[in-house]
Design a protein around this ligand. Structure first.
Ligand code: ZN
Length: 689
């Protein structure tokens, strides 16, 4: 069992570089949101200097060094999986990825075999059942086809949900073991040329990854809600089975998986079960195909390392703008996560240059390099749990980047209050390929993807909701800290494999490392604006509108299912209306106070109080009781769905109850959401009286 003792190095980050001074910033007509005209002009000058620092060669060198060795969290993994076909013939399957002569790191001796983090150890031999994506509707389809899963080994394909969900659902259906393979439909040859000719997954490549029940709670499975530091009592392994599987779970590459799936007998594929192999998939469950699955996991407590650097704020040292990225990888992690690490190092170099030039942010900026994200957001969760009280008092926002770059297409997820900040920052960074702004490139692409008849044809590109699967989760969903996540995406088929390597990045993902530079510029700009603004650029009107849209969507769904009697539409609409009105009032007040502070250089006490309210409004969405059956998740608006794992299910408990057709829970869930919205409204009101 991984447990962690976190060592934190607080250093003022000064990364020196000599540079020709960048040209004087073009003065913009309009002030930056939340800045007085004078502060806006000075902020722009600092940002121009900052943007000039990140450089492709430097980012390339960071990434090269970061990806020389596999760097799994903890120490060397010592797993020993066996997957054997025992009938109709005997064959031991490969659980190692092939060496490729083109990719020099693919022959590294420290590359682990394919394995799933937090799988149980086990040794089972049983008939095989193909269960499609391994989600509840798939098991319902198997049942309708008369196929029994209990005591069998299921083989399921990656996709449509977090893999921990697949493990949990297999276990709940009585499966003795679970094999998760990468069907070529998902990220292999059905998508395009495979590595090293193209960016997609080649035959002998599989997807590692954690099968922790992340939707229950992330972090060390032995210390839910508490930091994994000395002196904190640990759960027993038996108790921790609420969070990790009891059955062996094992990933497989697709050429090996084919050997198991092709000979399956039993009913032919139910609707939606066919993948990209060129034969009709049968679901099996008969004695024709039997499999031996053995996993020997090395369960131990190990020390993980977070590295935390901070730049103290000049005026508001106790207000923290936090940037975070994980460092650990399943193998080399050139894309996931070290494109983010290289970008963070470039942003840090930019800040170092600014410090040298005399800049100091108004508020404190903290840069975090997390360990153990891959096993279950461990480094970030344990740090957030350890510093929960202080973070709830001091954190302004948490800006996450996991994968910074695997292509040229910008995308972001965020709480709605920070949408405007994200869009503003993308307007001030150039897209390296087209020379347009990132914003323009992002909008053009969103428009291309819509049909000409789409009523939203000209709407702004969507910023998604935060679910889970990266380190923003403890900050937003456990502590109520406004959070964002972003990166540049593209064709990427080597996720969690040995081929997510420097060679892959320098041939497919970002050969010139220009998008690493753009990511550093963008990320740093967002942090600087939050750290330097006179009046924090949070917009709760976007939040209120988004909540109203979620609710209206749920009501439509409920009506289709004849569940509308569970919904107190009047109370919810009233709460959302008050929240909307208050958001608008606070925004006017913020603009007014920022304008007034033109006259005095110091931020007024009133503005500080308003800034604190803007931060605290997100905290107000936290309900200390937690969500139904999973108390670690405490945010009433945003949490990962139980069966989606990564994807957000907004208005979580209410929505889940509607899915379950549980009227009592729907009513209770909505009541709590209404209370949370009222709390947030009160916080905004009190902060601006
Ligand atoms: Zn990652």
């Amino acid at each position: 069992m991984t447990s962690i003792r976190i060592l934190i190095a607080f250093v003022v980050s000064v990364f020196l570089i000599s540079l020709v001074h960048p040209p004087v910033a073009l003065m913009q007509e309009t002030a930056l949101d939340g800045f007085t005209r004078e502060d806006s002009a000075s902020e722009r000058r600092w940002e121009e200097q900052f943007h000039a620092v990140p450089a492709p060669n430097s980012a390339r060198e960071h990434l090269r060094r970061l990806t020389l060795e596999p760097h799994i969290a903890g120490t060397k993994e010592d797993t020993d999986p066996i997957v054997e076909l025992v009938g109709p013939r005997h064959e031991r399957l490969l659980v190692r990825e092939a060496m490729l002569k083109e990719d020099p790191t693919s022959s590294h001796p420290k590359i682990t075999p394919l394995f799933n983090g937090y799988s149980a150890s086990g040794d089972v031999t049983a008939p095989l059942v193909y269960a499609n994506y391994g989600l509840p509707p798939d098991y319902e389809a198997l049942q309708r086809a008369g196929v029994e899963v209990k005591g069998k080994i299921v083989i399921v394909r990656y996709g449509n949900s977090f893999r921990g969900v697949k493990a949990k659902v297999a276990q709940d259906h009585g499966a003795a073991g679970c094999i998760i393979y990468s069907d070529p439909a998902e990220d292999g040859y059905a998508q395009g040329d495979v590595y090293p000719q193209g960016p997609w997954r080649p035959v002998a490549s599989g997807q590692r990854g954690s099968v922790q029940f992340l939707f229950q709670y992330p972090g060390d499975p032995l210390t839910p809600g508490k930091p994994a530091i000395p002196g904190v009592p640990r759960l027993s392994l038996e108790e921790a089975y609420a969070d990790i599987p009891r059955i062996p779970v094992q990933p497989l590459a697709y050429d090996e998986a084919r050997k198991l799936i092709e000979p399956l007998k039993g009913p032919v594929r139910p609707r939606g079960f066919q993948g990209a192999f060129p034969f009709p998939y049968h679901v099996g469950g008969t004695n024709d195909v039997r499999v031996h699955l053995k996993t020997e996991m090395d369960y131990q407590s190990r020390t993980l390392w977070d590295v935390v650097a901070r730049i103290d704020g000049a005026a508001e040292k106790d207000r923290w703008v936090i940037m975070g990225n994980h460092r650990d990888a399943w193998v080399f992690g050139a894309v996931d996560p070290n494109s983010g690490t290289a970008s963070m190092l470039e942003a840090a170099r930019g800040f170092g240059q600014l410090l040298k030039n005399g800049w100091q942010p108004r508020r404190t900026i903290i840069l975090c390099s997390w360990d153990g994200e891959e096993y279950g957001l461990i480094g970030s969760t344990e740090w957030a749990e350890e510093n929960a009280d202080e973070l709830q008092q001091k954190a302004v926002a948490y800006l996450n980047v996991d994968v910074a770059v695997n292509g040229p297409n910008y995308g972001a997820s965020s709480v709605p209050s920070l949408w405007k900040l994200i869009r503003a920052a993308t307007r001030d960074v150039k897209d390296p390929r087209t020379g347009k702004t990132i914003y323009q490139q992002w909008q053009d692409r969103a428009r291309e993807q819509r049909s000409e008849t789409d009523p939203d044809l000209n709407a702004e590109a969507r910023i998604g909701p935060l679910g889970s699967g990266s380190d923003y989760t403890p900050f937003l969903q456990h502590l109520g800290i406004p959070s964002t996540d972003m990166g540049f995406g593209g064709d990427y088929g080597v996720y969690h494999s040995a081929y997510d390597s420097f060679y892959w990045m320098s041939h497919f993902g970002d050969p010139d490392f220009l998008y690493h530079v753009a990511a550093a510029q963008l990320w740093g700009t967002m942090a600087m604006r939050l750290a330097d603004a006179d009046g924090l650029p949070f917009d709760y009107t976007d939040y209120a509108n988004q909540v109203r849209d979620y609710f209206n969507e749920s009501v439509r769904l409920a009506k289709r299912r004849n569940l509308e009697s569970a919904i107190d539409e009047k109370s919810m609409n009233g709460a959302v209306k008050n929240f909307t009105d208050e958001a608008a009032r606070v925004e006017r007040e913020r603009q007014k106070l920022v304008a007034e502070s033109e006259k005095s250089s110091a931020t007024s006490a009133k503005l500080r109080r308003l800034n604190d309210a803007l931060i605290a409004a997100e905290r107000a969405f936290i309900d200390d009781r937690g969500l139904l059956g999973r108390p670690w998740y405490r945010h009433e608006i945003y949490a990962p769905g139980i069966f989606t794992g990564y994807a957000a299910q907004p208005l979580t408990d209410f929505q889940q109850a509607l899915d379950d057709r549980n009227m009592t829970n729907a009513k209770g869930g909505l009541d709590r959401i209404i209370s949370a919205i009222k709390r947030a409204t009160d916080v905004l009101k009190k902060g601006s009286e």
